[in-house]
Write a protein that binds this ligand. Sequence first.
Ligand SMILES: C[S@@+](CC[C@H](N)C(=O)[O-])C[C@H]1O[C@@H](n2cnc3c(N)ncnc32)[C@H](O)[C@@H]1O
Length: 342
Amino acid sequence: MTTVSPTPQPAMRLRELIFGAACAAAVRAAARLGVADALGDRPATAEELAVAVHTEPGPLRRLLRALSCYGIFAETDDGRYTHTEMSRLLREDTPHSLRYISLWCTEPWTWEAWPRLDEAVRSGRDVFDGLYGKGFFDYLHEDAAESAEVFDRAMTTSSRQSADDIAGLLDLTGVSSVADIGGGQGHVLASLLEKYPALEGTLLDLPTVVANPDPRLRAGGALASRVRLVPGDCRDDIPVRADVYIIKNILEWDDESTRRTLANVIRAARPGARVVIIENLVDDSPSMKFTTAMDLLLLLNVGGAKHSKESLVSRMTQAGLEVGEILVVNPYLHAFECTVPG
Ligand SMILES: C[S@@+](CC[C@H](N)C(=O)[O-])C[C@H]1O[C@@H](n2cnc3c(N)ncnc32)[C@H](O)[C@@H]1O
């Protein structure tokens, strides 16, 4: 039976960390094979699971054994496998599923980029141009359709998880219009429109993203009559007048893109408009291991960064926004309430 070992000695701990790629690859393989979806509430043998997910039983047992060491699936005394809280999160049908997040964080391009981390640390720049001859989002949308789809689904999953928290936190009473800039498929926007029946919304994102919005926002969808879909690049222009602008998990790229985006919001908005910037922080957060890893991935793919509270506030202030309250959305997100000056 595989058991999760207690905290090992430093040398073994380091050995385990060095093999972190094997753990990430094992999670990815399980997610792609649909192992968690195939395993129900009843313990199953590797042979039974292999039939369900179309693999060889021996290698599948090895995969499950490796994952069980991390508490992702568990092995019973008679050699069957059962779910754990973590393995259930790999199911597609589970509320707050992490299936697409796990795929997104282990997409093929990440395995090309990670070995160049020393290069990125030396230069302070992304490695995407060197690898693919173009920027990350161009690569994603022009050359990696499957990755783009995984990205959109991962963003929707994570938006869905935080959308309720954001809708619960933000008071939009009396607000007529809200715009989500770089709002992905529009899950946060849809949650806000559902909560406030008189609210009108705009979703601005890259053309290929707004072409495939949340079903509620599409033509014929329940919220379609109150939504405008605007394809565009927020660094070039934000042709949207709204009472409240939401900018969530966008200001993680290079500083020039942040500067241009905030300048475009201020240009588009009327004086006194609210700008709510929502981000994960690399300080003052209980999710440091995850956020600092994302910070390094952002350096590799877009030359970006997750911010500390101070670095984010300084960029908003430099852009000319008045920074007000900083609210805790949930254990991994903070919301910065800003105002466009008069
Ligand atoms: C990390 S995701 C965040 C999505 C969404 N705001 C959320 O929190 O779920 C970044 C989003 O920015 C969009 N994006 C990237 N570059 C953009 C640009 N230049 N103009 C507008 N949107 C952009 C991406 O398509 C993606 O939907």
